[in-house]
Every structure is written in structure tokens, then in C-alpha cells.
Ligand binder design. Sequence first.
Ligand code: ADP
Ligand code: MG
Length: 628
Amino acid sequence: MKGNINVSVENIFPLIKKFLYSDHEIFLRELISNATDATLKLKHLTSIGEAKVAYGNPVIEVKVDKEQKTLHISDQGIGMTAEEVEKYINQIAFSGAEEFLEKYKDTAKDSGVIGHFGLGFYSAFMVAKEVEIITKSYTDAPAVRWVCDGSPEYSLEETDLRTERGTEIVLHLADDSLEFLEASRIEELLRKYNRFMPIPIKFGTKQEPLPVPDDAPEDYQTEYVTVDNIVNNPTPAWTKQPSDLSEEDYKAFYHELYPTQFDEPLFYIHLNVDYPFHLTGILYFPKLSKDMTLQKDRIQLYQNQVFVTDNVEGIVPDFLTMLKGVIDSPDIPLNVSRSYLQADGNVKKIANYITRKVADKLKSLFNNNREDFESKWNDIKIVLEYGMLTDDKFYEKAGDFMLYPTVDGKYYTLTELKEAIKEQQTDKNGNLVVLYAQNKEQQYTSIEQAKEKGYEVLVLDTPIVSHLLQKLEGDNEKLTFSRVDAAPIAKLIAKEEPVLAKHSDEEKQNLKAAVEKVLPKEGYMVQLEDLDSDDTPVVINQPEFMRRMKEMSATGGGGMFAMGGFPDMYHVVVNSNSALAEAILQTTDETAKENLIKQAFDLARLSQGLLKGKELSDFVKRNWELVN
Ligand code: ADP
Ligand code: MG
């Protein structure tokens, strides 16, 4: 059997009310968008000579009437005739905005008209038990009043309630929506959604002081006038041409966007593209707080100056979500899920465009004022490193401006670095070994030793640097990175200079056994090395590979090591040519030998910051006994 599912109109309103928008508060955004559209349409029609009326300086007004429990939104736009109300309002899901854009497509594509789906108006029923439209067309047609209580029945009749062109929407608020009678709640919504809409929005009035006259007496009382309280900035910076904006304008706009942000932005990028998609905006590199998860003021997404969301995930490349600012594009489909978004061709193009603009800006900053760029490096490096790791397009371009700072405050590009260190830091197998520290204080001893040998040491101290080094090594043949304390200095960059062994293999076996007997069984591995006799007798190293894998698994990724944190493993490297090694071998008293090894081991741990708690306290006690 076949049949028709009967969709009765009666059923549609409760559905709209419940499910059309999960967020009831957006009704105001929708009604102000319609008022804006009506005004922009009139502007367009007057500009092409089709409406022979004066456009003037129209405003949109929002008013609350606590007694009547009504909320009023009125505009001075094109208004509607009775026929137009029939057509645009009584037909759900017929968008007058789309029709307008279609009709005037040659001239109106930049008019900024917002509407899309022909559903916005009905969001009024999410908060109102009855809605009135009192509207007068800009033509000679009489004003009309439409009333509907949310059932499919409505009334439409001529009215003398309005003599000027434009529309007033009156919402008789439902009992569960009386919060929208509070001025503070309305202000909050206007600030959130309408802050940068293109037509001035008036909400109440405010008192403004008059200028003090020149001949004012000493006891002059400031006088006030009542002026309209305009809550929005209709021409935000991103809608202007970059050539019309100064450095100061960009900074001022940053603070307008983020009133609680006191730091100055490091630099900005003005986005402006017409084809193949429409997008404008300004992105700012903020000073990043140490804790990136606290990042609160995020990039805001607008469509034709209407706020949509501050969750730009899936639209802006991941690494740039750490930036701040605004993007405005009517071409981002927001009625699909985020995962669909990422597959959308337009959205992909938008992401690529943004990446390219950011890379170009960084390159030009680097080229035009390298010193200034270097001075900002600390604040931007994490974003750039993250970008190199997650965005191939960005990685390709980053070589031009990615910097590698040294412990002495020099900044190299990778190409410059390779050139600078190739004499000193190429090992016997032809590998170029780049040394780095993650913490200048903690790795101080090793840094000094490396510098004595004439090596450069970089400071790479972001939490994701291990991932980056892994990638750089993969992409640059014969380039390896090693933390400066990953092995004894003499072994970090292996050269063709054999050091003679003072002791026989058998003696070395004895030495190793003696040390192993004293050391903890877990976490430490004893290694003997024939180093210069005046090199440090015992050093503790964490091999580069192990440390890096551990760090990588801690910050995501890292392959098989990601599963189950694996324990720290240190190499205890004993210099078998040192005087200490000699002494250990010579000492016959077992206790004395043990004490000697213990003291050496503790000193080595102390210099690595590995001696803690009871062991540190015991060490200090023991040493007091020596001097007191
Ligand atoms: P959309 O804005 O997507 O077209 P809406 O449901 O928000 O859909 O509005 C439907 C139509 O009703 C609009 O396209 C417009 O033609 C008409 N309309 C709504 N509000 C106004 C208004 N304030 N002034 C003039 N026309 C309006
Ligand atoms: Mg609309």
C-alpha cells in the first residue's frame, strides 16, 4: 500500500519553536538582520534610482516595554505592502533576501544583504506568544498590521498605526522568555551578535556632557544632553581598505574587539579576497600566554558583519586558531556539521588562503625588519612550529622565516645555521650535528663545555620541539639534532680522534662491576668511555632518542611509545681515563670504594638536577661532615 504522510501546518510551529535553533537568544540577531536587510535594500534601490525617496540616516531601534511585556524592533527600511507580507511572511522558508539578490544580481551582490533561508523571522516564536508586524512600504501602499499567535491563523489588515516607511516587529513575550525584558540581557545580546552590524542600532538613550564653555565660572556645573545610545560600530576596521588604515587603527580595533586584553598585538594580517570566495578579516598575533589552554578570546567568525561564532575549528587552519581577530565570509556553509565543513571545497580554499597570507606576512616581516622580527620570536615561535608540524603548505613556506636562536642570542635560519656550523659540527660520518638546549639553566654545564669546543648551541624550548626536530631530520639528509647533554661532549659529535685507553679491558670490567654494585638497579645504565683524562669523571646523560620519544608521547604522537608512559632511562658515563676511575680501581677498602662511587654518582646527579628529596638531604649532611 502506498500513502501520503500528512504534514499538517498545525504541527510546524511547535517544531520551529523547539528545534529550529537550539539557542533561543538568536531571535534578536535574526530580527535585527531582517531590519538591516530592509534598510540595505532601500539603500540599494535609492542608489540605482529605483526608489525615489531620500535614504537619509536610518537607524534600527530596539525598545522594551516592561508593562506590556513587549519587545519592539523597528527599522526605517523598505517596509512591506500587504501583498509582500502575504508573500514573504506567510510562506515559511521562502527567502525574500535570496529573491532580492537574484533579482538585482548584477548590482546587489556587494549590498551586504544577510538573509538566506527564509526562516529567520519565525525564530521570533521561540520567545513570543504573539507577534505583530506593523509595516509601511516605501511605495504609496498603505500601512498594514499582521498579527499571529503562533497558530497557522493570522490576521492582516490596513492600519493607521504607522505613517512613515519601515517596519516595527512587536514581540509579546512568552512567560518563559521574560528575561528579554531586562535591559542588561538585551545589551548583552546586542554586544554579542550585533556589535559590528552595518546599520546603527539604537537601544535607549544616554546622557552626554556638553563641552565646558571657555568663560565658565569656577563653580560651573557640567550640563548634559540626552542622545541616542548607539550600541554598534557600523564600519569596523575589517570592512575598510588596508590603505585607509594606520598601524594605530589596527591596534585600536584589536582593543575594541578584546576590551579586556591589555597587551598590544605583535602584528596583524588584513585578509581581503573576492574570488573565488568572499572573505575579509583581520588576524592578530597576540602575545601568547604560557598556558595556551587558557586561550579564551578567540577568532570571531562573522557573516556580513553578523556575529556567528567564536569557534572557528574546521574553518581556520588548526595552528592559527591560537591567533585572534575576525574573519567575515558569507561563503562558509554553517548549516552543516564541522566534519562536513572540512570537506567543503570552499572552506578548504579559505583555509589555504589564510595560511598563505600568514606565511607571506611573516616572510615580509622577516625581510623588511629582521631585527624586529627576531625580537618577537619568543612570542610567535610556538604557533609557527605548530604550523610546520600540522600544515604542509605552511611547512613549505616556513623555511624562509623560521628562526633557530642560539644560547648567545643569535638567530639563524636553517640554511644560515648549516653554513655556520658545518666546519666544527660535522661528524666523522658526514652528519651535521646541531646541538640544542631546552633549558639554559639546567643544561648550563653541558652548554659551557660545548662552547669551549667551539660549538653553537641552540635554545629550543617549546613543548612540541621534539616533534619538529623529528620532522626536520626526516626532511634534511645528514642532519641530526642532539640535546647538548645527550652524551659526553666528546661523544656528541664523533670525530676521527681516538683517545687512548689507560686501562685494559679486564680492569675496565672490574671498574664497571664496582660502579654497578653501588648504583640503583633501575633507571641507570653504566657505560665506560675512554675520554680525555681531564674530562668530567662521571656524567649522567639521557640519550637523545629516548628523551625525544618520551617527550613526543607526552605531547601526542610518538608511535608505539605513546602507549603507556615509559620510564626515564639515564646513562651513567664513567670516564675510564679519569683520576677517579684510577682511584676506584686502586682502593681496596670496600666501604671507602663504595663511598667514593656514591659521592661521584651524587655529584653527577646534582649537576643534572636529578638529586632530590632524601637523597639530596643525605648528600648535604655527608658533605657537612667533611667540612665541620
Ligand atoms: P530571510 O531573511 O532569509 O529572507 P526571514 O524569515 O528572516 O528570511 O524573512 C523573510 C522575509 O520577510 C525577508 O526576506 C523579507 O522579505 C521580509 N521581512 C522580514 N522582516 C522584514 C523587515 N523588517 N522589513 C521588510 N521586510 C522584512
Ligand atoms: Mg532573515
